[in-house]
Design a protein around this ligand. Structure first.
Ligand code: RFL
Ligand code: PHB
Length: 389
């Protein structure tokens, strides 16, 4: 088989890139290790930046997000028993949309099916070949046979555990990493949200986040130990712990219901540089991870895709390699700013085992300063809604 762009991974990065390329007449094939249902079953992000929403519109799949997503003009920070609103709309005149990654993925899959573009699910043992030559190839195994795709470019959109980044020699890639000494335990429950906006809570027992997927579905998180197992946390224990970390008004509005999803995610900051090796480009979690506190992971995947789609369009439509040559530097400039914001939010809102009294005072003062300063709140707001491309 031959295609112009072989895309590894049918997460948001791969599907969005595929949709944009298809709409601009650039042929592409997506290879995904899992089934489509498995991909849709992963519960992840919930907050969409305006720039990400614009790109979904550009890809022709934004209609349901605009109809069903919830526009949020701010967030609430809770600490020392009080809540403080950060009003994005007043501070910088922009907002975010709360709309689940699962729904975005579903919209992209349906858009791809409608466009007749090919996705090969359950592709096993995907391997990349000749990425530094003119004719890269991707091999995979499916239905008992080996297959090969010849292409012009490979887009590695296969997440943190994927094969693409690992195909780049160690001598080429530099890794930057911070692993945080805690995780997030999250549940999904069909009960109305605790508040109209997201509540990010700093509490002496640990961080908590009250998010949502709709007016009737809540997504709730608490900071947990890395040793914790999902089985250790009954719903009753989860709610008991969450309530200890929330203010009394939030507790009064919390409706406890049976969770239908419960998972623990470790927190990590990670960047691999550069994001290009020959004709292989990394995009999304394949190249970088942020802790979820800043709600940036999905949005960064979309911003990489924006740069990569434009670079490939320049190559095919205008015969220019400038976009391809500049891709890694352009994408990384924005990636590092989101890394900084996510690290800062994480540092400000969590309890770190072994932190000193001085560390604790610094964290309290950071929060007190933030909510007392228009300049500091504006900085949070412009990062949360998404920096310019
Ligand atoms: P994905 O979504 O991991 O998709 C990669 C795809 O590649 C496939 N794959 C392979 N396919 C073929 N061959 C191989 N060898 C392969 N290896 C892997 C995988 O099966 C998968 O389908 O990466 P992508 O597309 O880069 O998207 C990134 C986002 O999923 C991620 O950044 C966000 O979910 C992060 N995130 C959040 N981001 C936000 O912007 N806002 C949020 O509010 C937010 N909340 C979160 C989050 C992530 C979380 N977890 C679980 C880590 C909350 C949580 C709890
Ligand atoms: C979510 O709704 O899953 C969510 C929202 C905000 C975050 C992280 C996750 O910062």
């Amino acid at each position: 088989m031959r295609t112009q762009v072989a895309i590894i991974g049918a997460g948001p990065a791969g599907l969005l890139l595929g949709q944009l390329l298809t709409r601009h007449g650039i042929d592409n094939v997506i290879l995904e290790r899992q089934t489509g249902d498995y991909v849709l079953g992963r519960i992840r992000a919930g907050v969409v930046e305006q720039g990400t929403a614009d790109l979904l519109d550009e890809a022709g799949v934004g209609a349901r997000m605009h109809a069903e997503g919830l526009a949020h003009d701010g967030i609430e920070l809770a600490f020392a028993g009080e809540r403080h609103r950060i009003d994005f709309h007043t501070l910088i005149g922009r907002r975010v949309i709360v709309y689940g990654q699962t729904e975005i993925t579903r919209d992209l899959m349906e858009g791809r099916a409608a466009a007749g573009a090919q996705t090969i699910y359950e592709a096993e043992d995907v391997s990349l070949h000749d990425v530094t030559g003119d004719r890269p190839r991707v091999r995979y195994h499916k239905d008992g046979a080996d297959h090969e795709i010849e292409c012009d470019f490979i887009a590695g959109c296969d997440g943190y555990h994927g094969v693409s980044r690992k195909s780049i020699p160690d001598s080429v890639l530099k890794h930057y990493e911070r692993v945080y000494p805690f995780g997030w335990l999250g549940i999904l429950v069909d009960r109305p949200p605790v508040s109209d906006e997201l509540i990010y809570a700093n509490h002496e027992r640990g961080f908590a986040l009250c998010s949502m997927r709709s007016q009737t579905r809540s997504r709730l998180y608490i900071q947990c130990s890395l040793d914790d197992k999902v089985e250790d946390w009954s719903d009753a224990r989860f709610y008991e712990e969450l309530k200890r970390r929330l203010d009394s008004a939030a507790v009064a509005r919390l409706q406890e219901g049976p969770s239908f999803e419960k998972s623990i995610a470790p927190l990590r900051s990670f960047v691999a540089e550069p994001m290009r090796h020959g004709r292989l480009f990394l995009a999304g979690d394949a190249a970088h991870i942020v802790p979820p506190t800043g709600a940036k992971g999905l949005n960064l995947a979309a911003s990489d895709v924006r740069y990569l789609w434009q670079a490939l369009t320049d190559f095919y439509k205008r015969k220019s390699s400038a976009g391809i040559d500049g891709y890694s530097a352009a994408a990384l400039a924005r990636v590092w700013k989101a890394e900084r914001f996510s690290w800062w939010m994480t540092s400000m809102l969590h309890r770190f085992p072994g932190s000193s009294d001085f560390d604790q005072k610094m964290q309290e003062t950071e929060l007190a300063y933030l909510v007392s300063s228009q300049a500091a709140m504006t900085s949070l707001a412009e990062n949360y809604v998404g920096l310019p491309y």
